[in-house]
Write a protein that binds this ligand. Structure first.
Ligand SMILES: NC(=O)c1ccc[n+]([C@@H]2O[C@H](COP(=O)([O-])OP(=O)(O)OC[C@H]3O[C@@H](n4cnc5c(N)ncnc54)[C@H](OP(=O)(O)O)[C@@H]3O)[C@@H](O)[C@H]2O)c1
Length: 327
């Protein structure tokens, strides 16, 4: 049986992704074969597909780090044919082992999580790493910042992860300010929970080491100069959660927010396999305090055949929300 996948090759030193015909034995070995129904498009996936940076660490390789689908073969007693399952956050999946952008995937059973009965697998992929990482950051804010302490800034506002952070923080009663490079998306950002929308260059009042105190907390998806501006305009005892590098992986900043305003910079890593996501994952389910209330405004389907074009748009910051590839 032949099926379609996107594979990345190293050709004359260049990383090139293209659609190919595959059979199951072209895939890396594993205990469980899954027919793909949905796959996510994270920033990291778009970089991987476009051959930017070193996301893909082995050639050839199928990109895509998150998927959900139905088990068609299983050598593991943990899963049987027909089970609806998800693979998210398996450490090498879609980077050094064949990943999600394929009509079938084959993986070790330890990377597979069960989609709870009654839960739509679209929703599981739609939330995925983006909502989980935001939920870890939002939980940190919830534990350390009161809703009365002041506004919480979310940078890269229209991005997939940031959209979920806005939604969750607003749902918990915080005053959320979204910063964005796309002021044209103000209506979208307000619809998912932002009280105010500012431009990327309006985070701090100026470029002094300590600026006017604005933010009681922040969720930062972009790093670089915007994160520096967040830190310099953070209030005393503010909690700044950083998980992204969409602007830059380099942070040059002042020591003063830390030593004069007791600002905390907290690093957030959401790359935990689903079976290890525990309490936060449960709180993201329907009825939980971290369940995104605007999931279907944030997430939208795209066709597998349009994925290469979509990834190019992501790299130009030309998208909003979270695309879910449908197979
Ligand atoms: N640590 C972790 O575990 C973890 C997990 C998930 C994601 N991440 C990281 O978090 C970031 C966001 O991921 P995502 O999947 O949510 O990405 P995404 O959906 O592509 O969103 C990224 C957003 O960042 C903003 N942006 C893009 N280029 C920018 C630039 N040059 N300067 C400033 N802002 C820029 C844009 O929002 P606006 O136009 O609205 O400003 C864009 O929509 C990525 O760096 C990703 O690698 C980390």
């Amino acid at each position: 049986m032949k099926f379609k996948a996107i594979r990345q090759y190293l050709e004359d030193g260049k990383r090139v992704s293209r659609f190919v015909d595959q059979v199951i034995d072209d895939l890396d070995p594993g205990d469980v074969v899954i027919k793909t129904q949905y796959a996510a498009v994270n920033y990291k996936d778009a970089r991987g597909v476009m051959g930017i940076g070193k996301v893909i660490g082995r050639f050839p390789c199928i990109p895509g780090i998150e998927m959900a689908g139905v088990v068609t073969e299983s050598a593991s007693p943990a899963f049987k044919v027909g089970d609806v399952v998800t693979v998210q956050g398996g450490r090498d999946f879609g980077m050094r082992r064949d990943g999600a952008y394929s009509e079938y995937v084959r993986v070790p059973a330890a990377w597979v999580g069960r989609v709870p009965v009654g839960t739509d697998p679209f929703d599981v992929v739609a939330m995925g790493l983006a909502a989980y990482t935001s939920a870890v950051a939002v939980d940190e804010i919830l534990r350390r910042v009161k809703t009365t302490d002041g506004p919480i800034l979310v940078t890269g506002g229209t991005g997939g992860s940031s959209s979920f952070a806005i939604d969750m923080l607003a749902g918990l009663g915080y005053e959320v300010v979204a910063s964005t490079g796309k002021k044209s998306e103000e209506e979208y950002l307000k619809a998912i929970g932002a009280a105010r929308v500012i431009g990327r260059d309006e985070i701090a009042g100026g470029d002094k080491p300590l600026e006017e105190q604005r933010w009681a907390g922040a969720v930062d998806a972009v790093g670089g100069a915007p994160l520096d501006a967040v830190l310099r305009s953070a209030k005393k005892h503010a909690v700044i959660c950083a998980f992204g590098n969409a602007a830059s992986e380099t942070l040059i900043t002042s020591i003063y927010p830390f030593i004069l305003r007791s600002v905390s910079l907290v690093g957030i890593n959401g790359n935990h396999p689903v079976p290890e996501r525990g309490e936060i994952w449960a709180r993201m389910a329907k009825g939980g305090d971290l369940h995104p209330q605007h999931l279907h405004q944030i997430a939208y389907p795209i066709k597998f055949e349009n994925l290469l074009e979509h990834c190019a748009k992501v790299m130009q910051a030309g998208i909003r929300g979270r695309a879910v590839v449908t197979f």
